[in-house]
Every structure is written in C-alpha cells, then in structure tokens.
Write a new protein. Structure first.
Length: 74
C-alpha cells in the first residue's frame, strides 16, 4: 500500500510544471487582436496620452501664472 502511494506521488507534476502547463492552456484560450486592431489601439493610447499631456501642461502653466500674480500682490 505504501509503495502505491509513493508511485502516485511521483507521477503528480510539481507546482512549477503545473503552473507553466496551466499558463500555456490559458494563453491558448485568449482571443488575441489582429495586427490592425493592435495598431489602432496603440494609436488611440498614444493620442490620448499626448492629448492629456498637453492639457495638463496648459493647466500647469495657467496655475503657475495665476499663483505668481497672486503671490506678487501679497
């Protein structure tokens, strides 16, 4: 009986092997975007990032100007 338990324990994959096997299985289930979709989404992300940097830069400039005037009056 003890011999059977040892052989069963040896046949089970260790945690690292199981992790990689399950990871590969999950990656096969993923619905990957096409090259065109990936390119379009990248352009959208870059455009939004650029637009937000312009908006935040303008706000920073306006607040700096406003507080410079406000502090010069004090």
């Amino acid at each position: 009986m003890a011999k059977e338990e040892k052989s069963i324990a040896r046949r089970q994959p260790n945690a690292i092997q199981r992790y990689f096997r399950e990871t590969v299985g999950e990656l096969k289930k993923v619905n990957w975007p096409s090259r065109r979709e990936a390119t379009n989404l990248t352009v959208v992300v870059l455009a939004v990032t650029f637009g937000m940097s312009v908006v935040l830069g303008l706000l920073d400039y306006i607040y700096t100007w406003f507080f410079r005037i406000l502090l010069s009056l004090a």
